[in-house]
Ligand binder design. Structure first.
Ligand SMILES: Nc1ncnc2c1ncn2[C@@H]1O[C@H](COP(=O)(O)OP(=O)(O)O)[C@@H](O)[C@H]1O
Ligand SMILES: [Mg+2]
Length: 270
């Protein structure tokens, strides 16, 4: 088998299309237009990073992807399947509950503030959704959960409470929890921003490992080095529009727009 054959996806995979595709998405909170026609594609196995100033709409875009937020116009496709809507404009909402659940359980989210359950141990946190939501076999989920905790370097913390862990360890537990759902993509919203610099690196390492395994990820980050290192494609959002996008070498090495140049010099100066 040639190298080309090995890297080409099987026909069944291609048929399903990108994991996530967003076409011309518009989203407003009341009078405030937050997304003004954003289009984005996350092909299987790719890491797409979203960068931009605070308030540019990055979190909103992630939350629209897994339907935590409604949107008023534009399409969202999961593995080529368009989200079904009822109503239009401000009254638009997903029409098919089963579809929403399927999409949400396939796009696991990792938040800046970890959001672990404080009354559950680390192991219970990781097992909770696969057992309670997906009704998977607890023994199998436990084996997978323990393996994932070991993979993110906290195999010895399974029986600890979240409050007993450092922020970096809690965030790695949150990533293990997201992975235990066996999602088609991970959506990470500033996963390192709440951490002290020395703890950020342990989370960065986990994200780099996942990128190396060709996990599909949508990554919102302030860490330009991380975005440059792991991304296949970088999207710069400015006031709810894509101002510039491209390969990391292009975006960081030869930014074209003034706004991106300004943003990068401001971020690098931090
Ligand atoms: N639930 C909400 N209600 C009203 N306005 C919101 C809400 N969430 C976010 N916004 C506003 O939407 C804009 C984009 O926010 P956000 O997507 O969080 O940006 P970012 O993640 O890029 O910092 C901001 O002006 C923010 O104040
Ligand atoms: Mg945000």
């Amino acid at each position: 088998m040639s190298d080309a054959d090995q890297t080409r996806p099987a026909p069944a995979e291609t048929a399903r299309g990108p994991v996530i595709e967003i076409r011309g998405l518009h989203k407003a909170y009341g009078q405030l237009e937050v997304l003004k026609g954003v289009s984005l594609t996350a092909p299987r196995g790719h890491v797409i990073s979203l960068i931009g100033s605070s308030g540019s709409g990055k979190s909103t875009l992630l939350r629209c992807c897994n339907l935590l937020e409604d949107s008023q116009q534009g399409e969202i496709l999961f593995e080529g399947e368009p989200v079904k809507w009822r109503g239009t404009g401000m009254a638009r909402a997903p029409a098919d509950r089963a579809q929403v659940t399927r999409l949400r359980t396939n796009l696991s989210m990792v938040f800046q503030q970890f959001n672990l359950w404080s009354h559950l141990t680390i192991l219970q946190n990781v097992m909770e959704a696969p057992v309670q939501v997906l009704r998977r076999n607890p023994a199998e989920v436990e084996a997978r959960a323990r393996a994932l905790l070991a993979k993110v370097g906290i195999g010895d913390k399974a029986d600890a409470w979240p409050a007993q862990l450092s922020g970096g360890q809690q965030q790695r537990a949150a990533i293990a929890r997201a992975l235990c759902m066996e999602p088609k993509a991970l959506l990470l919203d500033e996963p390192t921003s709440a951490l002290d610099p020395e703890l950020q690196q342990e989370v960065v390492k986990v994200i780099k490992d996942l990128a190396g395994e060709h996990r599909t990820m949508l990554l919102v980050t302030h860490d330009m080095r991380l975005a440059a290192d792991v991304s296949d494609h970088v999207v710069f959002l400015h006031q709810g529009r894509i101002e510039e996008e491209g390969a990391p070498a292009q975006l960081f090495g030869a930014p074209r727009s003034d706004r991106l140049r300004q943003f990068l010099s401001a971020t690098m100066a931090e």
